[in-house]
Design a protein around this ligand. Structure first.
Ligand code: PLP
Length: 472
């Protein structure tokens, strides 16, 4: 056998089973490199089995991220395994595809098409969009935040004012904004979640915004509750604050999830560059953008909103190409897969996919509200395809949401329970995200399991009662 001959003597025995080989007959080395190599099929089988201990991604209803992909996407990802996104000169077509995606998103989010952009794109839109791909919304948020900080500092310097105490105002943000604030030395002023609220409310801004505010972050799809914050109303309140005080505070929209939902399900909702105050937007391609893990996007309204000092130029087809990123090397596959999703689905496809998810979420919301012990916090209407709820009366329910999460986990479902953020910490909520690949029947099965789990937890019988197998 040819395969046999190319191996070193003593390391391969054609008669040896994958699970009767030196590597598989011992505990795997965990703190040092093994002394010798092993057969690839043995290593593969062992890692494959170890990874089965992870949760099943398809039943992970905690994540916003893509867990289902077309086979064609898998193929493209493999074909792009060796393409480095930063090598614009070596892989000019991948670079061009990235620019097309930026232009498509700028168009989707209504960036002004008046030629004020840097002109790096060459796609089917106006080709003037300013933006870039990132590893996800976290990196995109850092870039958006940095641009806000640089512009604020430049303005303050021109006015001869101190620049040592920048702050960023937001509601219940995702952890990436806390990271931005800490890593880049900005005070994060988080307005607490008011009772009954699902995010930042406009009237709260006044108390937090001042001359050191680099910007306000508005969230399209709050991580905790899945609702949209009212971006237009927040911007209008900032207009009033400007009229009264002269403070001109820009808005960055964290549209990690909503950036790929609102344009299709809520096209009349004005949250994007149609609002003059919105300076920049980030979104996660690998969430409702339907690309596989590893891609996010940052887009600026116009070129002058992205300070030139933050832009690095890399060699590209004999010229140079502006780049803005925290990373250097990065695989190109997820960006190509994003473009695949745009071409594959188009507006109509995205709308149908997200609508199917939204309908399924609403179905689940209905079933959960009928169960009795729960109060819906967000019923899947008007924002992300998701449901969030609390126990109406935790003191008398007879079980906690954490108990329910544990019980559901026995069936493989990953449904997270967690406390609300600052000032509402005593309220524990549960959240179910409905994504591409999560079908109606799957959610019907989940609803049945929630009902059974509640019955089990509230009957308070011996834990073994279920194991007779008679109940189902
Ligand atoms: C998920 C999320 C992020 C972080 O996005 P990644 O793509 O995971 O880096 C930021 N903000 C919001 C609102 C999110 O939902």
């Amino acid at each position: 056998m040819a395969l046999h001959e190319v191996r070193e003597p003593g390391t391969y025995d054609g008669a040896t089973d994958v699970f009767a080989s030196p590597l598989s007959e011992a505990v795997l080395p965990k703190h040092h490199l093994p002394a010798e190599h092993s057969r690839p099929e043995v290593v593969y089988a062992l890692l494959h089995n170890e990874l089965l201990l992870d949760g099943n991604a398809a039943q992970n209803l905690a994540t916003f991220c893509t867990t289902w992909t077309d086979d064609e996407v898998r193929r493209l990802m493999v074909e792009c395994l060796d393409k480095n996104l930063i090598d614009k000169d070596e892989y000019p077509q991948t670079a061009e595809i990235e620019a097309r995606c930026v232009n498509i998103l700028a168009d989707l989010w209504h960036a002004p098409a008046d030629g004020t952009g840097s002109g790096t794109g060459s796609g089917s839109g106006t080709g003037t969009a300013v933006g870039c791909s990132t590893t996800g919304s976290s990196e995109a948020a850092m870039l958006g935040g940095l641009a806000l900080k640089w512009r604020w500092r430049e303005r303050r310097r021109r006015e001869g004012k101190p620049t040592d105490r920048p702050n960023l105002v937001a509601g219940p943000v995702q952890v990436c904004w806390e990271k931005f604030a800490r890593y880049f030395d900005v005070e994060l002023r988080q307005a607490p979640l008011e009772p009954g609220a699902t995010g930042l409310r406009p009237h709260q801004l006044r108390e937090y915004v001042d001359e050191n505010t680099i910007g306000v972050v508005a969230i399209m799809g709050v991580t905790y509750t899945c609702d949209y914050e009212p971006v237009a109303e927040l911007a209008a309140e900032l207009d009033r604050i400007q009229a009264e005080t002269g403070l001109d505070v820009p808005v960055h929209v964290d549209a990690a999830s909503g950036g790929f939902v609102a344009p299709f399900l809520h096209p009349d909702l004005v949250w994007d560059f149609r609002l003059p105050r919105v300076a920049s937007i980030n979104a996660s391609g690998h969430k409702y953008g339907l690309a596989p893990l590893g891609v996010g996007w940052a887009v600026w309204r116009t070129a002058e909103l992205l300070p030139e000092e933050l832009v690095f130029r890399v060699s590209y087809l004999g010229g140079d190409m502006p780049t803005f990123a925290l990373n250097f090397s990065r695989p190109g596959g997820a960006v190509v897969a994003q473009y695949y999703a745009f071409l594959r689905l188009g507006r109509g496809g995205y709308r149908r996919v997200q609508q199917a998810c939204a309908d399924t979420a609403r179905q689940l919301a209905g079933e959960i509200s009928e169960l009795g012990p729960f109060t819906l916090l967000y019923d899947g209407t008007g924002a992300l395809p998701a449901v969030s709820y609390t126990l109406t009366d935790p003191a008398t329910a007879g079980f906690s949401l954490y108990d329910l999460s544990d019980r559901l986990r026995m069936r493989g479902w990953q449904v997270p329970s967690y406390p609300l953020p600052a000032d509402r910490q005593e309220t524990v909520i549960q959240r179910v995200l409905v994504r591409h690949g999560v079908g109606r029947d799957e959610i019907a099965l989940l609803a049945r399991d929630i009902r059974d789990a509640v019955a089990h937890l509230t009957q308070g019988g011996p834990a073994d009662a279920d194991r007779s197998g008679f109940r189902h």
